[in-house]
Design a protein around this ligand. Sequence first.
Ligand code: SF4
Length: 479
Amino acid sequence: MKPVSAQFKKSAQVALVDADLQRAMGFIRGGFVKNRRAAVERLPEFDELRRAARGIKEHTLQNLDFYLQAFEKQVLASGGKVHWASTPQQARDIIIGICRDAGAKRVTKGKSMVGEEIAINEALEGAGFEAIETDLGEYIIQLAEEPPSHIIAPAVHKTKAQITELFHQAHARYGYNERQTEVPALVDEARKVLREKFLSADVGITGANFLVAETGSTVIVTNEGNGDLTNTLPAVHIVTAGIEKVVPTREDVSTLLRVLARSATGQEMSVYTTFSTGPRRSDDLDGPSEFHVVLLDNGRSQMLGNEFHEMLRCIRCGACMNHCPVYQGIGGHAYGWVYVGPMGAVLTPLMVGLEQAGDLPNACTLNGRCQEVCPMGIGLPGLLRHLRRRQYQNRQSSRSSRAALAVWSYLVRRPRLYRRVMGTAVACLARLGRRRGRFRHMLLAGGWTSVRDLPAPQGASFQLQWRRRRQATEGSHDR
Ligand code: SF4
């Protein structure tokens, strides 16, 4: 597993002053957010569809063992194989074993978040295979040797000038010596380089947006068609997917696809939707001769039925991160692992441990926007609060925050004392800050005052004002 950054705060500070990143992130605010809103407004039954989609996922999770077994049975019946992996290491070993058995040298990859989760590219290269990403965004970050910064737009943080330089350096060996500066020319050059790789690949690895229990099919959506070339041209097709991706029927997939595309990019449908069912049949014109599905658990079954259960409904649309003010400010890399934004702040600590990713559940203002836009109605702020509670109970939060919370909880359980203490504290701060109207430094608030001033309280506290107002109202009623 890739190391998870324990340097969230430092990385976030660097990201905030990175002018290129800030410019590139403007696309999230101006593109994805606007497009999603327009797509939702064009579909009056969107909320109904959301409820139906949520019902499908919840029903499947309640019966996950049944649908997974049904899926396996259908894959076997269509001539494919299912491999079960509890850990990323097991998944890597299985995939490398399949590639070795196939005598492979070159492996093409369609976009797969589970592939990122198990760090399959590094494992393949370590085992002597050439692994090539074929989704354009993934290809760009592979050349840059970076992890994705968004789950559906992995290179959203890259500017055109940066991509020009990356392609110029990487493509010279294929005879492309001219620096391309326009988007169509860049795309055309990448397409020509990748076409050659597609045609000579021995194994193709894709992810899956859904697995269909009734037919044993795997489903991927792309906007570039690279998934189809990855799963039909090589002799061996490997699908990597989390166990929560299974749904009962093709009809269910069509409901989920309608909310997925709208929530992700604002499209009514993605450009390509591909169902893969087993290896090539005798009357098929093309397709692989082997079809493998690697199903990964990696902590998912532990989430079933516990307080994080609803996170398994996630369909990886990215809407939560597009609408998150923290993600919009710092981008994805500061989160330190493959899942970013609000869904990443929940999933990463659950998959790699709170001790490694303890800052993530706290990188949230709890404004609730992510929950509002999540097509699966996942209560992300509540899940982040559960993680904070776990952190507190495991004594993994800082001493000062534990002390502050202990004092706070003592006071709020004694309302009269609370009012007296807060009234006195606010009056003292108001007096101390009267001259400047703000504080440059404040004990126990160093995280705030190290980057901005803290305004001094103005006038009476809210509680005092409320009490006075109520007394005045009651007085006027008595007259
Ligand atoms: S948590 Fe919800 S909004 Fe975020 S990626 Fe998952 S389904 Fe989409």
